[in-house]
Structure formats: structure tokens, C-alpha cells
Design a protein around this ligand. Sequence first.
Ligand code: AHR
Length: 323
Amino acid sequence: MKLISKLAVAAGLVTALSSATLAQDLNGLTIGFSQIGSESGWRAAETSVTKQQAEARGVDLKFADAQQKQENQIKAIRGFIAQGVAAILVAPVVATGWEDVLGEAKEAEIPVILLDRGVDAPQDLYLTSVASDQVKEGRVAGQWLVDAVKDKDCKVVELQGTVGSTPAINRKKGFEEAIAAHANISIIRSQTGDFTRSKGKEVMEGFLKAENGGKDICALYAHNDDMAVGAIQAIKDAGLKPGSDILVVSIDAVPDIFTAIAAGEANATVELTPNMAGPAFDVLAAYLKDGTVPEKFIITESKLYTAADDPQGEYERRKGLGY
Ligand code: AHR
């Protein structure tokens, strides 16, 4: 057998073995997942990846869509506790108001793992949090703008995510940190678009009207790609060119933003992986097996993509992945 074929077979065996091990670890367990809703393409992808990861490991995943409401998430978590699930995954819509229900899960000895957003609650109420460094995401987006405009004056409009959510709070903070030392760049308007495409468009229309039909705006910073895609439509409707008349930088790296980047209508995005469940299930399996306590914060990567990064290829790689 040629060396390459041998290596391929060996690699195949390793993959087969590790999937078998993974499958055994959580196989047959019931795990609850309280998802925020389906406000964005990224959220839809996170839901499908979590379901796929659960299926691959033989997990019976109980999925609850909270339709953007914290009260629905709390109700779902209480339901999971009553059912006696082996663990609970939760993507918390906002940061505050979790202490009681997480305390109830702790009392019932059910480990809770936070996915993609944080909470303002004592850290002993959850096993771990799998999320990006959201302040860094804002910083990466802000640094891209600093490098793009150099010394030119640049008035920025900002579309914030859901009020009270950690990505909205932290992405704002990181961006402001990145532009702080650059007096030529200032945020002139900032409003929530609730992480949705339709709200992003609506709020951008207001920004354009208020700022001389958009002529006074140099750049849009959107806390997610979906709001950016909605805003791009508003900019086009106003007779301006997104990507050149108004620069567009956002976060998530969903397929639609790569289409926009390829068309020159958006400039940069910061990737947020939708695979939060994979690392979550890995550490949960170890914890349930022999009590291995994971790191409190498992941080995913935040890579910047621009037109120089084969946007069409990135679109192709992501389409059909549940976005
Ligand atoms: O919490 C992650 C954020 O939530 C994503 O960036 C956004 O698209 C989603 O709605």
C-alpha cells in the first residue's frame, strides 16, 4: 500500500474511533437546549449544528425555541429540570435575570452550559460558557475601519444587537475601544436593530434620513451581518453605493454577507462559529464521565474576512450549512 493511502486509512480509523468514543460518551442521554429564537441566519445555523452534533453523539436533544423572550427560556429550563435531563444548554437572550432558574438547576444537580452569550450571575451557577470574545469582535471590526479610513474624517452609524444582550454590550465596547485614539472617527448615531434584517433596514432608513440622505455617513458598523444586509438594502434604496459611499463592517460571517462582499457592497465581517455545541458536548462528556471540570470560559475564534479572502469561496463553503 502506498504511503498516502496508508495515511488516509489511518486517518479514517482515527476518525471512526473518535466518533465511536464520542457517541458512547453522551449516547442515550437527554439534554435540553433553550435557544433564543431564529432572529438571524447565524442563529439558524447554530440551531442546526447543535441538532447535528447531538444526533452524531446519540443525544436525545429536547429543543425549545424561546421566540426572543427570556420568560420562555426560564419556563423551558424549569421544564427540563422537571424532566430530569442530564444537562441543559442555554443561549441566554439577555444578560440579567438568570440567578433563580440557574440556582434551581444547580439544586437539582443538572449541569448548565451557556452557549454564545453570557449572563450576569455567579459563575458557580453554570459549568462552562462556550462563546466568542465579543469585546475582541468589536475591536477587530473597529481596527478594520481605523486601517481602512486612515486619517480621513469618518462619521459612523452603529446598529446594535438586542438591548441587554452580552454581544450588544461587548461589541459596542470593543469597537469604541478600537477607535478611541482616532479623533477622525466618531459614532454619530447608534440604535438597536435587534439582530434582525428587517429592523436593520428600518433603523438604517432613519439614519439615512437624519444624515443628509446618507451623504454625511462614512461607515456602518452593525453588530451582526443580518442587520448589515438589511441596511445595505436601505443604502441602495437611498441611491447610494454600500461598500464605497458608505463602508460596511459587521460580525458573524454568514453566507449572505460574503455575497455582499463579493459584489463590493460590504467590506468586512468577523467570523463567529455556529459550532458552540461541539466543544460544549466534549467537555460535558468528560465532566459526566469522571468529574473533569472544564475551563469556565471556552473562547472561539474571531477571524476577520474582507474582499481579499475569496468571498465567493467562503459563500460556497457555508451555503447549505443551515444558515
Ligand atoms: O449571540 C450571537 C449573536 O446572536 C449573533 O452574532 C447574532 O447574529 C445572533 O442573533
